[in-house]
Write a protein that binds this ligand. Structure first.
Ligand SMILES: N[C@@H](CCC(=O)N[C@@H](CS)C(=O)NCC(=O)O)C(=O)O
Length: 212
Protein backbone atom coordinates (compact mmCIF):
# COMPACT_ATOMS: atom_id res chain seq x y z
CA UNK A 1 0.00 0.00 0.00
CA UNK A 2 1.11 3.53 -0.68
CA UNK A 3 0.25 6.28 1.80
CA UNK A 4 0.67 9.67 0.15
CA UNK A 5 1.30 12.79 2.24
CA UNK A 6 3.76 14.15 4.74
CA UNK A 7 3.52 13.32 8.44
CA UNK A 8 3.40 17.00 9.38
CA UNK A 9 -0.27 16.81 8.31
CA UNK A 10 -2.41 15.63 11.26
CA UNK A 11 -4.71 13.89 8.78
CA UNK A 12 -1.87 11.90 7.22
CA UNK A 13 -0.28 11.24 10.58
CA UNK A 14 -3.42 9.77 12.13
CA UNK A 15 -3.64 7.34 9.22
CA UNK A 16 0.06 6.40 9.50
CA UNK A 17 -0.19 5.81 13.26
CA UNK A 18 -3.31 3.71 12.73
CA UNK A 19 -1.58 1.57 10.09
CA UNK A 20 1.37 1.00 12.38
CA UNK A 21 -0.86 0.13 15.34
CA UNK A 22 -2.85 -2.30 13.19
CA UNK A 23 0.34 -3.85 11.72
CA UNK A 24 -0.55 -2.88 8.15
CA UNK A 25 2.69 -2.29 6.24
CA UNK A 26 2.86 0.65 3.81
CA UNK A 27 5.21 2.51 1.55
CA UNK A 28 5.32 6.22 2.36
CA UNK A 29 4.91 8.77 -0.46
CA UNK A 30 6.43 11.66 1.48
CA UNK A 31 5.15 14.25 -0.97
CA UNK A 32 4.42 17.92 -0.27
CA UNK A 33 1.01 19.40 -1.20
CA UNK A 34 2.89 22.46 -2.46
CA UNK A 35 5.98 21.11 -4.23
CA UNK A 36 4.51 17.78 -5.36
CA UNK A 37 1.02 19.05 -6.23
CA UNK A 38 0.98 17.62 -9.77
CA UNK A 39 2.29 14.25 -8.62
CA UNK A 40 -0.39 14.01 -5.92
CA UNK A 41 -3.09 14.94 -8.45
CA UNK A 42 -2.16 11.91 -10.53
CA UNK A 43 -3.69 9.88 -7.68
CA UNK A 44 -6.20 12.36 -6.24
CA UNK A 45 -7.75 14.98 -8.57
CA UNK A 46 -8.28 17.23 -5.55
CA UNK A 47 -4.55 17.31 -4.84
CA UNK A 48 -5.14 16.48 -1.19
CA UNK A 49 -3.50 14.22 1.35
CA UNK A 50 -3.81 11.68 2.79
CA UNK A 51 -4.46 9.52 -0.23
CA UNK A 52 -4.09 5.77 0.09
CA UNK A 53 -3.44 3.43 -2.82
CA UNK A 54 -4.34 -0.10 -1.74
CA UNK A 55 -2.60 -3.27 -2.86
CA UNK A 56 -5.63 -3.85 -5.09
CA UNK A 57 -4.85 -0.45 -6.78
CA UNK A 58 -7.95 1.16 -5.29
CA UNK A 59 -7.40 4.82 -4.42
CA UNK A 60 -8.95 6.09 -1.19
CA UNK A 61 -9.26 9.75 -0.21
CA UNK A 62 -10.25 11.57 3.02
CA UNK A 63 -8.63 10.38 6.23
CA UNK A 64 -12.01 9.38 7.72
CA UNK A 65 -12.79 7.11 4.77
CA UNK A 66 -9.28 5.63 4.89
CA UNK A 67 -9.58 4.93 8.63
CA UNK A 68 -12.93 3.28 8.01
CA UNK A 69 -11.31 0.99 5.43
CA UNK A 70 -8.44 0.12 7.80
CA UNK A 71 -10.81 -0.71 10.67
CA UNK A 72 -12.90 -2.87 8.36
CA UNK A 73 -9.77 -4.66 7.18
CA UNK A 74 -8.69 -5.73 10.67
CA UNK A 75 -12.19 -6.56 11.91
CA UNK A 76 -14.32 -5.32 14.81
CA UNK A 77 -12.14 -6.67 17.63
CA UNK A 78 -9.07 -4.69 16.57
CA UNK A 79 -10.84 -1.69 15.03
CA UNK A 80 -9.79 1.59 16.64
CA UNK A 81 -13.21 3.22 16.48
CA UNK A 82 -15.68 1.75 19.02
CA UNK A 83 -18.10 -0.56 17.28
CA UNK A 84 -21.45 0.96 18.25
CA UNK A 85 -23.52 2.79 20.83
CA UNK A 86 -22.67 5.81 23.01
CA UNK A 87 -18.90 5.20 22.87
CA UNK A 88 -18.92 5.26 19.08
CA UNK A 89 -21.02 8.42 19.00
CA UNK A 90 -18.80 10.10 21.60
CA UNK A 91 -15.64 9.16 19.70
CA UNK A 92 -17.10 10.46 16.42
CA UNK A 93 -18.12 13.74 18.09
CA UNK A 94 -14.66 14.26 19.61
CA UNK A 95 -13.02 13.44 16.27
CA UNK A 96 -15.31 15.93 14.51
CA UNK A 97 -14.24 18.62 16.98
CA UNK A 98 -10.56 17.71 16.54
CA UNK A 99 -10.56 17.52 12.74
CA UNK A 100 -12.67 20.70 12.62
CA UNK A 101 -10.02 22.45 14.72
CA UNK A 102 -7.36 21.10 12.36
CA UNK A 103 -9.26 22.41 9.31
CA UNK A 104 -9.40 25.87 10.88
CA UNK A 105 -5.72 25.64 11.75
CA UNK A 106 -4.75 24.58 8.23
CA UNK A 107 -6.65 27.60 6.85
CA UNK A 108 -4.65 29.91 9.11
CA UNK A 109 -1.37 28.26 8.10
CA UNK A 110 -2.24 28.49 4.39
CA UNK A 111 -3.16 32.15 4.84
CA UNK A 112 0.48 32.70 5.78
CA UNK A 113 1.99 30.21 3.33
CA UNK A 114 0.00 30.89 0.15
CA UNK A 115 -1.62 34.34 0.39
CA UNK A 116 0.40 37.55 -0.12
CA UNK A 117 0.56 39.67 3.03
CA UNK A 118 -1.43 42.60 1.58
CA UNK A 119 -4.31 40.26 0.67
CA UNK A 120 -4.80 38.73 4.13
CA UNK A 121 -8.03 39.52 5.96
CA UNK A 122 -7.44 39.58 9.73
CA UNK A 123 -11.11 39.29 10.84
CA UNK A 124 -11.43 36.05 8.90
CA UNK A 125 -8.22 34.68 10.44
CA UNK A 126 -9.53 35.68 13.89
CA UNK A 127 -12.78 33.81 13.19
CA UNK A 128 -10.82 30.65 12.28
CA UNK A 129 -8.74 31.03 15.43
CA UNK A 130 -11.88 31.36 17.60
CA UNK A 131 -13.43 28.25 16.00
CA UNK A 132 -10.21 26.29 16.46
CA UNK A 133 -9.81 27.34 20.10
CA UNK A 134 -13.49 26.65 20.83
CA UNK A 135 -13.20 23.08 19.54
CA UNK A 136 -9.98 22.38 21.42
CA UNK A 137 -11.47 23.85 24.59
CA UNK A 138 -14.49 21.53 24.31
CA UNK A 139 -12.25 18.44 24.05
CA UNK A 140 -10.04 19.72 26.86
CA UNK A 141 -13.03 20.35 29.15
CA UNK A 142 -14.47 16.93 28.38
CA UNK A 143 -11.21 15.16 29.25
CA UNK A 144 -10.70 17.32 32.34
CA UNK A 145 -14.11 16.25 33.65
CA UNK A 146 -13.44 12.61 32.79
CA UNK A 147 -9.97 12.65 34.40
CA UNK A 148 -6.68 13.44 32.65
CA UNK A 149 -5.25 9.99 33.22
CA UNK A 150 -8.14 8.43 31.26
CA UNK A 151 -8.45 7.78 27.53
CA UNK A 152 -11.04 9.94 25.80
CA UNK A 153 -13.51 7.09 25.30
CA UNK A 154 -13.77 3.71 27.01
CA UNK A 155 -10.82 1.99 28.67
CA UNK A 156 -8.28 1.79 25.85
CA UNK A 157 -6.71 4.13 23.32
CA UNK A 158 -9.13 4.70 20.43
CA UNK A 159 -9.14 6.70 17.21
CA UNK A 160 -10.48 9.62 19.26
CA UNK A 161 -7.18 9.82 21.21
CA UNK A 162 -5.01 9.35 18.10
CA UNK A 163 -6.88 12.05 16.21
CA UNK A 164 -7.03 14.53 19.10
CA UNK A 165 -3.30 14.16 19.79
CA UNK A 166 -2.23 14.42 16.12
CA UNK A 167 -4.31 17.59 15.81
CA UNK A 168 -3.12 19.09 19.07
CA UNK A 169 0.55 18.49 18.24
CA UNK A 170 0.08 19.94 14.74
CA UNK A 171 -1.65 23.08 16.07
CA UNK A 172 0.97 23.46 18.74
CA UNK A 173 3.83 23.15 16.22
CA UNK A 174 2.29 25.55 13.71
CA UNK A 175 0.22 28.01 15.75
CA UNK A 176 1.54 27.51 19.30
CA UNK A 177 -1.93 26.84 20.71
CA UNK A 178 -0.49 25.60 23.99
CA UNK A 179 2.11 28.34 24.47
CA UNK A 180 0.39 29.13 27.76
CA UNK A 181 0.62 25.85 29.73
CA UNK A 182 -2.63 26.55 31.61
CA UNK A 183 -4.64 26.53 28.39
CA UNK A 184 -5.64 23.06 27.15
CA UNK A 185 -3.90 21.42 30.11
CA UNK A 186 -5.80 18.13 29.87
CA UNK A 187 -5.20 17.79 26.13
CA UNK A 188 -1.55 18.64 26.74
CA UNK A 189 -1.30 15.81 29.29
CA UNK A 190 -2.90 13.33 26.88
CA UNK A 191 -0.61 14.49 24.08
CA UNK A 192 2.50 14.11 26.24
CA UNK A 193 1.44 10.56 27.15
CA UNK A 194 0.81 9.54 23.54
CA UNK A 195 3.76 11.37 21.98
CA UNK A 196 6.12 9.36 24.19
CA UNK A 197 4.89 6.11 22.61
CA UNK A 198 7.15 4.68 19.85
CA UNK A 199 4.38 4.67 17.25
CA UNK A 200 3.85 8.41 17.72
CA UNK A 201 7.58 9.13 17.81
CA UNK A 202 8.16 7.26 14.53
CA UNK A 203 5.76 9.66 12.76
CA UNK A 204 6.80 12.89 14.51
CA UNK A 205 8.37 15.33 12.05
CA UNK A 206 8.92 19.11 12.14
CA UNK A 207 6.31 21.18 10.32
CA UNK A 208 7.12 21.86 6.66
CA UNK A 209 5.93 25.06 4.97
CA UNK A 210 3.61 23.79 2.14
CA UNK A 211 4.80 25.92 -0.78
CA UNK A 212 8.52 25.54 -0.16
N1 LIG B 1 -10.82 16.36 5.32
C1 LIG B 1 -9.55 16.00 4.77
C2 LIG B 1 -8.55 17.11 5.08
C3 LIG B 1 -7.18 16.81 4.52
C4 LIG B 1 -6.35 18.07 4.40
O1 LIG B 1 -6.76 19.19 4.74
N2 LIG B 1 -5.14 17.88 3.90
C5 LIG B 1 -4.27 19.00 3.63
C6 LIG B 1 -2.91 18.78 4.26
S1 LIG B 1 -3.00 18.95 6.02
C7 LIG B 1 -4.11 19.12 2.13
O2 LIG B 1 -4.08 18.15 1.43
N3 LIG B 1 -4.02 20.36 1.64
C8 LIG B 1 -3.85 20.68 0.26
C9 LIG B 1 -5.06 21.31 -0.33
O3 LIG B 1 -6.19 21.11 0.21
O4 LIG B 1 -4.89 22.01 -1.31
C10 LIG B 1 -9.10 14.66 5.37
O5 LIG B 1 -9.54 14.33 6.47
O6 LIG B 1 -8.35 13.92 4.72
Amino acid sequence: MLLIGMFDSPFVRRVAITMKLLDIPFEHGNWSVGRDFDRIREYNPLGRVPTLVTDGRETLMESGAILDYLDERVGPDRALLPRSGPERRQALNLMALATGAADKGVLQVYERAFRPEDKRHEPWVARCRAQMNGSLAAIDRYLGERGVSQWLVGKRMTQADITAVCVFTFLNDTLRVAADPVVFQSLGTLAARCESMPVFQETRVPFFVPNS
